[in-house]
Ligand binder design. Sequence first.
Ligand code: 5GP
Ligand code: ZN
Length: 111
Amino acid sequence: MSCLFCKIIANEIPASKVYEDVGVLAFNDIAPQAPVHILVIPKKHVDTVDELIEMSVISDLFAVMKKLAAELGIDKSGYRIVINHGQDAGQAVPHLHFHLLGGRKLAWPPG
Ligand code: 5GP
Ligand code: ZN
């Protein structure tokens, strides 16, 4: 298996995991762009959001992000959920992931 995030799921590569259940994994980004920067992924490998829209795990992913935001105290101050899709958006890892960002004022529009 060559996918970096599948290796993290399989514990072949270490990661700072913050949540795990049967279908969802969340772990701290290795290069955080904000005080809170968590990657939330489906355990079933899908390349992009194009495939996710077919999957029931989508509501679980959002439930996990809501729960983590509350636990980390950014639910009131605000947070951003980002999916990069493809080259122009800068998707570097071809295993779909949601960035959950918060803990500071986030610039808008993004660069
Ligand atoms: P993308 O640009 O694909 O939307 O985001 C990929 C994210 O994965 C980046 O924010 C990057 O810092 C993060 N990342 C890349 N390699 C690793 C890794 O080995 N471990 C962790 N925890 N995050 C990684
Ligand atoms: Zn994968």
